[in-house]
Design a protein around this ligand. Structure first.
Ligand code: PEP
Ligand code: MN
Length: 345
């Protein structure tokens, strides 16, 4: 059974929260493969730039209490400080999550862990903004040492200066390594914050299922275009229903399930690596264009034989170091070099 947590990025008004929650209840009616474990809504929003919507704060707690009493759903909120935690516990909120910016800060995580001593509440820990598995696991360990027993991790991608297809790069190898080091931990994927754009949520969710994640943490808003935060990545409840309809869940594959799962995992890794190869080629061609411009200005030939020799030598050494077939690598770089020359003509 795939676990789903969904709800708006931010609680904005009582009406928005209640309308979204009730539409989401309808999305899950009669579904057998999915379990809707909680309704999410951020009250204190960690914003990159000041002057944007920072959340309604404690004012939203009674709205979530209403969601709970009117729909029977559990509710989950992000906490970043012991003061948030205190307010949330007092309001009887069912679960909490720790955001990516907080996980990255061991002082903040320790403060939360200290405040959680003796409190029995499920805690969901997002990965830190940077792809540092130890930092992520370190946050989990701080909570465990404080006695928190029910911990789930959430993979929400990593932030880089270079902009790629997604808002946050998934770097699937990191959660795959986490699963290997801590097979006991449940892991959800947050395709909303990875994608940054609603059109990519389907493919990222499918990838997470292919890799054997336990579930998804998805932002859904009753009218996403008017959302006060993360408008581009939030989806309408009926869009979420379509995504769930289209996801293929691995366990329905016959025969050797373990083998099929392994194959899927390797293929997912290969797809990701191929994407990286393309990304790097595109970056390389960008630099080639700039070099071409300089050569034109300096009126020098495109082919600089000495430089080409140097590239061949370096890449051949690099191939040997990595145990790659040197003839293959030479062929590959000849192709790349030729394409680069053509671009400069
Ligand atoms: C969120 O889930 O709304 C959020 C702020 O996420 P993250 O900490 O992953 O950026
Ligand atoms: Mn968000």
């Amino acid at each position: 059974m795939i676990q789903i947590i969904c709800g708006p990025c931010s609680a904005e008004s009582e009406e928005q929260v209640l309308a979204t929650a009730s539409a989401l209840v309808d999305v899950f009616a009669g579904r057998k493969d999915y379990r809707h474990i909680a309704f999410r809504a951020g009250l204190w929003k960690p914003r990159t730039r000041p002057g944007t919507f920072e959340g309604v704060g404690e004012e939203g707690l009674p709205w979530l209490q209403r969601v709970r009493s009117e729909t029977g759903l559990k509710v989950i909120v992000e906490v970043a400080t012991p003061a948030h935690l205190e307010a949330v516990l007092e309001a009887g909120i069912d679960m909490i999550w720790i955001g990516a910016r907080t996980t990255a800060n061991p002082f903040a995580v320790q403060d939360l862990a200290d405040a959680l001593q003796g409190v029995d509440i499920p805690v969901f820990v997002k990965n830190p903004l940077n792809p540092d598995l130890d930092l992520w696991l370190g946050a989990v360990e701080r909570l465990e040492m404080a006695g928190v027993r029910d911990i789930t991790v959430i993979h929400r991608g990593f932030s880089f200066y270079e902009k790629g297809r997604y808002r946050n790069q998934p770097k699937w190898q990191v959660p795959i390594d986490l699963m290997r080091r801590r097979p006991d931990l449940k892991i959800l994927c947050d395709p909303s914050h990875i994608s940054g754009k609603r059109e990519y949520i389907q493919e990222i969710s499918q990838m997470a299922m292919n890799l054997g994640f336990d579930g998804l943490f998805i932002e859904s808003h009753i009218s996403p275009d008017s959302a006060l935060s993360d408008a581009d990545q939030q989806i309408e409840p009926r869009h979420l229903a379509r995504i769930l309809d289209n996801i293929k869940i691995g366990s329905s594959i016959p025969e050797d399930e373990e083998l099929t799962r392994k194959l899927q995992e390797f293929r997912a890794r290969i797809d990701l690596l191929d994407e990286n190869i393309l990304e790097i080629l595109a970056l390389r061609m960008g630099v080639v264009d700039q070099i071409g411009e300089q050569k034109r200005r300096g009126n020098i030939t495109i082919l600089q034989q000495q430089r080409w020799e140097e590239i061949l030598e370096k890449t051949s050494e690099g191939a040997a170091e990595r145990n790659l077939d040197q003839a293959f690598v030479e062929e590959l770089f000849k192709l790349i070099h030729m394409a680069s020359i053509k671009r400069q003509v």
